[in-house]
Design a protein around this ligand. Structure first.
Ligand SMILES: *Cc1c(COP(=O)(O)O)cnc(C)c1O
Length: 427
């Protein structure tokens, strides 16, 4: 949102010259713009509240997590979802309010559940029969009654990539409504004296560029909720998950947050009216849409391989170790020359990573100005699911993260060192 160009002809973000940031902190470097993060939080909080008063935004921290981000979210009145004890540890380090946390995941173990209960977590979303029994037992041992949601699967296709589609019948998440297993789970959970079943959750996948999957699934799931009253379910909370899309490439533009809010809000109000349900508290779980656009990845150009009449590969100092999405999902990105964003396009080049896989390509056939060794490339919309999926493949060092705002840059994660690589090894 704050991207611009300065007198030197360099890309700026948050008032900072990104070429200077690259020099100062090295590349690959992930730059997050605080203004964009806060603006997206406000778009979600305000956008949903204006369409459905009792809404609450809970950021899906798997998209990117860091204590500094947790602080920003807390200030913006946004809660957080975690899916492992590790994510919980990060948000605990920021003293994030426990009441505003929701623990997701299809196979949380006993230790993770204990850690969550010890922290006094507000909500746990249960994903299996095994977990209903396990959590009830852990809660009894701790002498607490845990507020929970049950995750159902509505057999609705979010029309996104197969590997990120979570609403269809044949995938691992949630109790299927279609097969009667969701009903069985509700009945079973309601018999547990240390579980307080507050409602139902579903998540269709990500990113969803259309409204229809939501507006199809919401009445279907709320009809199920209404039916479950016969077993004693009293709905207080309802969550249609996250999955809100962002723009990665210019020919696939996302919806406005207000469009999602309008459709989802109206859909819930209508369905509650139709099935005679009280209007529940609504929880939305955006991950990508809060941080995706806010993050920009910077790389330095190394060597170039030009295969005459075939393709030109320009190698950079990062790749699938810090952003596996192109290799994993065929995800598309747009890239610019950060030290010459306004220079004319000289041709199409493929940006290759430095990892030992031929599939390690960040952007295929990108229109770019003439490039030489030492130029800095910026890949937009790199804020979600890049660093959170980063690895040490090839024993490479995961990048530093800089938070920029109003001309100031603050390192919120330092670059890894060889000592970090060796720390777990026993010599
Ligand atoms: C991943 C996930 C989300 C967030 O998805 P985004 O596309 O990042 O918005 C929300 N809810 C659940 C349960 C998830 O697994």
């Amino acid at each position: 949102m704050t991207a611009g160009t300065n007198e030197a002809g360099h890309l700026t973000i948050g008032g900072c010259d990104v070429v200077s940031l690259a020099e100062m902190y090295g590349t690959p470097l992930y730059v997050y713009d605080e203004h964009t993060i806060r603006s997206m939080c406000r778009e979600f909080v305000g956008g949903f509240e204006s369409e459905y008063a009792d809404s609450h935004i809970s950021y899906s921290s798997k998209a990117f997590t860091n204590p500094a981000l947790a602080k920003i979210l807390e200030e913006e009145h946004v809660g957080m979802d975690v899916v492992t004890g590790g994510e919980l540890a990060i948000v605990r380090a920021a003293n994030f309010p426990a009441s505003d946390l929701n623990f997701h995941g299809n196979n949380k173990d006993r230790a993770e559940l204990e850690e969550a209960l010890d922290y006094g977590i507000g909500l746990i979303t249960i994903d299996s029969m095994y977990e209903i029994d396990l959590l009830d037992e852990v809660a009894r041992q701790k002498g607490v009654t845990q507020q929970v949601l049950l995750r159902v699967s509505p057999s609705i296709d979010g029309r996104t990539h197969l590997l990120t589609s979570t609403g269809v019948l044949d995938q691992k998440f949630g109790f299927p409504i279609e097969t009667g297993q969701a009903e069985e789970a509700v009945r079973h959970a309601l018999t547990k004296s240390n579980l307080d079943v507050a409602g139902i959750h579903f998540h269709l996948g990500s990113p969803l560029f259309e409204l229809e999957p939501y507006t199809q699934a919401i009445p279907y799931v709320l009809e199920f909720v209404a039916k479950m009253r016969e077993h004693g379910l009293e709905q207080r909370i309802f969550s249609p998950g996250g999955g809100f899309a962002i723009g990665y490439v210019s020919d696939t533009l996302p919806l406005e947050i207000s469009e999602y809010a309008e459709a989802i809000g109206a859909s819930i109000t209508e369905a509650c009216d139709r099935f005679g349900l009280n209007e529940p508290r609504l929880i939305l779980e955006p991950g990508r849409a809060i941080v995706g656009r806010a993050g920009v990845a910077l790389y330095t150009v190394g060597g170039t391989k030009e295969i005459p009449g075939v393709r030109t590969y320009v190698s950079v100092d990062g790749g699938m170790g810090d952003n596996i999405r192109p290799a994993l999902y065929g995800a598309g990105y747009s890239v610019i020359k950060a030290n010459g964003p306004d220079e004319p396009v000289a041709g199409y080049v493929t940006i290759a990573g430095k990892y030992c896989e031929s599939g390690d390509l960040l952007v295929k056939d990108a229109p770019l100005p003439a490039l030489e060794t030492g130029d800095v490339l910026a890949i937009a919309a790199s804020g979600a699911y890049c660093l959170s999926m980063a690895s040490n493949y090839n024993m490479s060092l995961r990048p530093a993260v800089v938070l920029v705002n109003d001309g100031n840059a603050r390192v919120i994660r330092r670059r890894e060192t060889y000592d970090d690589l060796l720390a777990p090894s026993i010599l």
